[in-house]
Ligand binder design. Sequence first.
Ligand code: NAP
Length: 250
Amino acid sequence: MEMSGKVVMITGASRGIGAEAARVFAAAGAKVALLARSEEAVADLAGELGPEVALAIPCDVSRFWEVAAAVEATVKTFGRLDVLVNNAGMLEPIAHLAEADPEAWCQVIDVNLKGVFNGMRAALPVMLGQGGGTILTVGSGAAHGPVEAWSAYCSSKAGALMLTRMVDKENGAQGIRALSLSPGTVATQMQRDIKASGINPVSQLDWSDHIAPDWPAKALLWMCSPEADGFKGAEVSLRDEEIRRKVGLI
Ligand code: NAP
């Protein structure tokens, strides 16, 4: 997928899947805006990719005004916005619902659900004004079923999947492509935290069971191509061998 002339904004770009997505999109020719709370990490990554290619923007996605300012800065620097990757996410608290800290529980909703809304709400007016755009959201198999001690995470991912479906329903006919990616388990900090918790079957997985972060990153790039149009308003599962083949991973 050739991305020359395209501008991509990635949330949660300081490490893991988001940082790899930045590298993959930049290698395909895109300009990338890198958002995360860790200012130094996104600045380092922007330095690695080069000042002509990358813009680092400190941003907490749970605050709408910060996301709106990031969209504004991206358009001011690169002239447009073609792709939004809603990747920022968190999992903690890992706790049974009956004992979960209410504030920490709500923070997951603020980031994983409201953060996705904030990205869509801030990007859509720009994309609609341009005549189209692509909004990708990194979802999870947790959207589809309960996983012990992950009530906030599962609920937030189920809600975020509905937001992808909503954007497709309301703006699909106006050239907005909204798709979700369920990556399977990926070797990132999030899986380290899961392993350390020792709760539920996911924490028992061997590290070698996880895919490398460049796999979902390459899948996100593929999802920008017309080949993925059949998944508009729906989820691409990277556990699916057919998808892995289409993305060129196997
Ligand atoms: P990660 O290494 O923990 O990265 C999470 C990223 O989200 C970091 O860049 C973090 O940056 C950012 N983030 C968290 N809170 C944020 C906030 N309030 N505002 C802005 N950025 C924020 O985990 P990952 O595995 O790469 O996760 C990326 C996405 O994949 C998440 O949505 C996750 O749910 C999803 N996912 C992961 C797996 C897996 O097995 N790893 C499986 C399914 C889905 P800062 O801390 O610098 O803000």
